[in-house]
Design a protein around this ligand. Structure first.
Ligand code: GLP
Length: 232
Protein backbone atom coordinates (compact mmCIF):
# COMPACT_ATOMS: atom_id res chain seq x y z
CA UNK A 1 0.00 0.00 0.00
CA UNK A 2 1.29 3.43 -0.92
CA UNK A 3 0.50 6.51 1.14
CA UNK A 4 0.51 9.99 -0.37
CA UNK A 5 0.08 13.02 1.84
CA UNK A 6 -0.83 16.18 -0.02
CA UNK A 7 -1.46 19.82 0.82
CA UNK A 8 -5.19 20.43 1.11
CA UNK A 9 -5.06 22.89 -1.82
CA UNK A 10 -3.29 20.38 -4.05
CA UNK A 11 -5.35 17.32 -3.15
CA UNK A 12 -8.32 17.77 -5.52
CA UNK A 13 -6.25 19.07 -8.49
CA UNK A 14 -3.87 16.12 -8.22
CA UNK A 15 -6.55 13.43 -7.81
CA UNK A 16 -8.76 14.98 -10.53
CA UNK A 17 -5.87 15.22 -13.01
CA UNK A 18 -4.81 11.67 -12.21
CA UNK A 19 -8.30 10.45 -13.04
CA UNK A 20 -8.21 12.34 -16.36
CA UNK A 21 -4.95 10.55 -17.15
CA UNK A 22 -6.38 7.18 -16.07
CA UNK A 23 -9.23 7.45 -18.57
CA UNK A 24 -7.66 8.31 -21.93
CA UNK A 25 -9.95 8.41 -24.96
CA UNK A 26 -10.28 5.08 -26.68
CA UNK A 27 -9.46 2.92 -23.63
CA UNK A 28 -12.44 1.01 -22.31
CA UNK A 29 -11.83 1.30 -18.61
CA UNK A 30 -14.14 -0.09 -15.94
CA UNK A 31 -14.24 1.91 -12.73
CA UNK A 32 -16.20 1.78 -9.48
CA UNK A 33 -16.95 5.15 -7.91
CA UNK A 34 -17.74 6.17 -4.35
CA UNK A 35 -19.99 9.11 -3.64
CA UNK A 36 -20.05 11.14 -0.42
CA UNK A 37 -18.31 14.43 0.22
CA UNK A 38 -14.69 13.26 -0.03
CA UNK A 39 -14.36 12.64 -3.80
CA UNK A 40 -16.58 15.54 -4.89
CA UNK A 41 -13.82 18.19 -5.30
CA UNK A 42 -11.72 15.72 -7.29
CA UNK A 43 -14.66 14.84 -9.54
CA UNK A 44 -15.23 18.56 -10.16
CA UNK A 45 -11.58 18.99 -11.18
CA UNK A 46 -11.88 15.94 -13.46
CA UNK A 47 -14.89 17.41 -15.27
CA UNK A 48 -13.45 20.93 -15.45
CA UNK A 49 -10.13 19.58 -16.69
CA UNK A 50 -11.64 17.98 -19.77
CA UNK A 51 -12.24 14.58 -18.25
CA UNK A 52 -14.66 12.47 -20.24
CA UNK A 53 -16.40 9.20 -19.47
CA UNK A 54 -17.57 8.33 -23.01
CA UNK A 55 -15.31 5.29 -23.16
CA UNK A 56 -15.68 4.32 -19.50
CA UNK A 57 -17.96 1.85 -17.80
CA UNK A 58 -18.96 3.24 -14.40
CA UNK A 59 -20.19 1.13 -11.47
CA UNK A 60 -21.75 2.93 -8.55
CA UNK A 61 -20.22 1.64 -5.31
CA UNK A 62 -23.30 1.55 -3.13
CA UNK A 63 -26.85 2.76 -2.69
CA UNK A 64 -29.15 3.62 0.18
CA UNK A 65 -32.61 2.07 0.37
CA UNK A 66 -34.34 5.33 -0.40
CA UNK A 67 -37.04 6.09 -2.97
CA UNK A 68 -35.98 6.91 -6.52
CA UNK A 69 -35.08 10.58 -6.86
CA UNK A 70 -34.32 11.09 -3.16
CA UNK A 71 -31.49 13.66 -3.06
CA UNK A 72 -29.58 11.55 -0.54
CA UNK A 73 -29.33 8.57 -2.87
CA UNK A 74 -25.89 7.73 -4.17
CA UNK A 75 -27.01 7.76 -7.82
CA UNK A 76 -28.30 11.30 -7.32
CA UNK A 77 -25.04 12.32 -5.64
CA UNK A 78 -23.00 10.84 -8.48
CA UNK A 79 -25.08 12.76 -11.01
CA UNK A 80 -24.67 16.05 -9.16
CA UNK A 81 -20.97 15.61 -8.39
CA UNK A 82 -19.78 14.14 -11.68
CA UNK A 83 -22.12 12.93 -14.41
CA UNK A 84 -23.99 16.22 -14.86
CA UNK A 85 -20.65 18.04 -15.15
CA UNK A 86 -19.31 15.84 -17.95
CA UNK A 87 -20.05 16.62 -21.59
CA UNK A 88 -21.40 13.14 -22.34
CA UNK A 89 -22.71 10.22 -20.30
CA UNK A 90 -20.46 7.24 -19.52
CA UNK A 91 -20.26 4.45 -22.04
CA UNK A 92 -22.24 2.42 -19.51
CA UNK A 93 -23.54 3.28 -16.06
CA UNK A 94 -24.36 0.55 -13.57
CA UNK A 95 -26.52 1.47 -10.60
CA UNK A 96 -28.58 -0.57 -8.16
CA UNK A 97 -32.31 -1.01 -8.57
CA UNK A 98 -33.20 -0.92 -4.88
CA UNK A 99 -36.90 -1.24 -5.72
CA UNK A 100 -36.34 -4.68 -7.29
CA UNK A 101 -38.71 -7.39 -6.05
CA UNK A 102 -35.74 -9.58 -5.17
CA UNK A 103 -32.83 -7.54 -3.88
CA UNK A 104 -30.73 -10.67 -3.58
CA UNK A 105 -31.22 -11.32 -7.30
CA UNK A 106 -30.41 -7.66 -8.02
CA UNK A 107 -27.14 -7.97 -6.06
CA UNK A 108 -26.24 -11.19 -7.91
CA UNK A 109 -26.91 -9.44 -11.24
CA UNK A 110 -24.61 -6.57 -10.21
CA UNK A 111 -21.88 -8.94 -9.06
CA UNK A 112 -22.04 -10.85 -12.35
CA UNK A 113 -21.62 -7.62 -14.30
CA UNK A 114 -18.64 -6.67 -12.14
CA UNK A 115 -17.08 -10.08 -12.65
CA UNK A 116 -17.42 -10.02 -16.46
CA UNK A 117 -14.15 -8.21 -16.91
CA UNK A 118 -13.26 -7.00 -13.40
CA UNK A 119 -12.51 -3.44 -12.40
CA UNK A 120 -9.54 -1.40 -13.58
CA UNK A 121 -9.93 1.04 -10.70
CA UNK A 122 -12.03 1.49 -7.56
CA UNK A 123 -12.17 4.97 -6.05
CA UNK A 124 -13.19 4.63 -2.42
CA UNK A 125 -13.90 6.86 0.56
CA UNK A 126 -13.42 6.03 4.23
CA UNK A 127 -16.41 5.86 6.57
CA UNK A 128 -16.03 7.32 10.05
CA UNK A 129 -16.18 3.79 11.53
CA UNK A 130 -13.73 2.31 9.03
CA UNK A 131 -16.32 1.18 6.50
CA UNK A 132 -15.75 0.98 2.76
CA UNK A 133 -18.81 1.53 0.59
CA UNK A 134 -21.41 0.12 2.98
CA UNK A 135 -19.17 -2.70 4.15
CA UNK A 136 -19.63 -1.94 7.82
CA UNK A 137 -17.48 -3.29 10.68
CA UNK A 138 -18.13 -7.02 10.91
CA UNK A 139 -17.71 -7.52 7.16
CA UNK A 140 -15.47 -10.35 5.93
CA UNK A 141 -12.85 -9.85 3.22
CA UNK A 142 -14.72 -12.14 0.81
CA UNK A 143 -18.13 -10.53 1.31
CA UNK A 144 -20.21 -10.43 -1.88
CA UNK A 145 -22.31 -7.60 -3.26
CA UNK A 146 -25.34 -7.63 -0.98
CA UNK A 147 -28.00 -5.95 1.12
CA UNK A 148 -26.68 -4.56 4.40
CA UNK A 149 -28.04 -3.15 7.66
CA UNK A 150 -26.47 0.24 8.19
CA UNK A 151 -24.86 1.25 11.45
CA UNK A 152 -26.51 4.15 13.28
CA UNK A 153 -23.73 6.61 12.42
CA UNK A 154 -23.99 5.71 8.73
CA UNK A 155 -27.78 6.21 8.79
CA UNK A 156 -27.45 9.59 10.42
CA UNK A 157 -24.72 10.56 8.00
CA UNK A 158 -27.15 10.15 5.09
CA UNK A 159 -28.93 13.32 6.24
CA UNK A 160 -25.72 15.20 5.41
CA UNK A 161 -26.19 14.13 1.80
CA UNK A 162 -29.78 15.41 1.72
CA UNK A 163 -31.64 12.17 2.47
CA UNK A 164 -35.28 12.90 3.33
CA UNK A 165 -35.29 10.13 5.97
CA UNK A 166 -32.49 8.04 7.53
CA UNK A 167 -32.12 4.81 5.50
CA UNK A 168 -31.88 1.65 7.61
CA UNK A 169 -30.44 -0.51 4.86
CA UNK A 170 -28.40 -0.23 1.72
CA UNK A 171 -26.77 -2.31 -1.00
CA UNK A 172 -23.04 -2.32 -1.56
CA UNK A 173 -20.38 -3.82 -3.74
CA UNK A 174 -18.74 -6.36 -1.43
CA UNK A 175 -15.12 -6.44 -0.32
CA UNK A 176 -14.48 -9.44 -2.58
CA UNK A 177 -15.09 -7.51 -5.82
CA UNK A 178 -13.33 -4.41 -4.52
CA UNK A 179 -10.23 -6.35 -3.51
CA UNK A 180 -10.21 -7.92 -7.00
CA UNK A 181 -9.84 -4.48 -8.65
CA UNK A 182 -6.54 -3.95 -10.47
CA UNK A 183 -6.03 -0.63 -8.70
CA UNK A 184 -7.61 1.12 -5.71
CA UNK A 185 -7.46 4.74 -4.60
CA UNK A 186 -8.60 5.29 -1.04
CA UNK A 187 -9.40 8.99 -0.66
CA UNK A 188 -9.32 10.51 2.82
CA UNK A 189 -9.55 14.21 3.66
CA UNK A 190 -10.18 16.37 6.70
CA UNK A 191 -9.12 16.39 10.31
CA UNK A 192 -12.32 14.53 11.30
CA UNK A 193 -10.90 11.44 9.53
CA UNK A 194 -7.46 11.61 11.21
CA UNK A 195 -8.24 9.19 14.06
CA UNK A 196 -9.95 6.52 11.95
CA UNK A 197 -7.27 6.77 9.25
CA UNK A 198 -4.58 6.08 11.82
CA UNK A 199 -6.53 3.04 13.09
CA UNK A 200 -7.02 1.70 9.56
CA UNK A 201 -3.30 1.99 8.78
CA UNK A 202 -1.89 0.75 12.08
CA UNK A 203 -4.31 -1.60 13.84
CA UNK A 204 -4.49 -5.31 12.98
CA UNK A 205 -6.15 -6.04 9.65
CA UNK A 206 -9.60 -7.49 10.23
CA UNK A 207 -13.35 -7.18 10.12
CA UNK A 208 -13.48 -4.51 12.86
CA UNK A 209 -12.03 -2.12 10.28
CA UNK A 210 -13.05 -3.21 6.76
CA UNK A 211 -10.82 -0.53 5.20
CA UNK A 212 -7.81 -2.31 6.73
CA UNK A 213 -8.29 -5.15 4.19
CA UNK A 214 -6.92 -2.74 1.58
CA UNK A 215 -3.48 -3.17 3.19
CA UNK A 216 -3.39 -6.66 1.66
CA UNK A 217 -4.27 -5.36 -1.82
CA UNK A 218 -1.23 -5.23 -4.13
CA UNK A 219 -1.99 -1.89 -5.79
CA UNK A 220 -3.71 0.47 -3.37
CA UNK A 221 -2.79 4.13 -2.96
CA UNK A 222 -4.15 6.02 0.02
CA UNK A 223 -4.37 9.65 -1.04
CA UNK A 224 -4.85 11.91 1.95
CA UNK A 225 -4.62 15.57 2.74
CA UNK A 226 -2.46 16.90 5.58
CA UNK A 227 -5.31 17.42 8.07
CA UNK A 228 -6.36 13.76 7.69
CA UNK A 229 -2.73 12.70 8.10
CA UNK A 230 -2.32 14.66 11.33
CA UNK A 231 -1.95 11.57 13.55
CA UNK A 232 0.37 9.62 11.26
C1 GLP B 1 -20.63 6.77 3.20
C2 GLP B 1 -20.67 6.02 1.87
C3 GLP B 1 -19.31 5.67 1.38
C4 GLP B 1 -18.43 6.88 1.56
C5 GLP B 1 -18.16 7.05 3.02
C6 GLP B 1 -17.45 8.34 3.37
O1 GLP B 1 -21.44 6.12 4.14
N1 GLP B 1 -21.45 4.82 1.95
O2 GLP B 1 -19.35 5.24 0.05
O3 GLP B 1 -17.22 6.69 0.87
O4 GLP B 1 -19.33 6.92 3.79
O5 GLP B 1 -18.27 9.43 3.16
P1 GLP B 1 -17.73 10.91 3.12
O6 GLP B 1 -16.81 11.01 1.98
O7 GLP B 1 -18.95 11.77 2.93
O8 GLP B 1 -17.05 11.16 4.42
Amino acid sequence: MKLEILDPDEWAPIVGARLVAFLPAGRRRRICLATGSTPEPAYAVFAAGGGALDDTEVFLLDEFMLPEGDPGRCDEMLSRALLDLCPAPPRALHTFDVSATSLDAECRRYEERLATRGLDLAILGLGGNGHIGMNEPGTSADSPTRVVELHMATRQNAARYGATSPPERGVTVGMRSLLAAAEIWLLVTGEHKAAILKQVLTEPVGSDLPASYLRYHPNTTVIVDKPAARNL
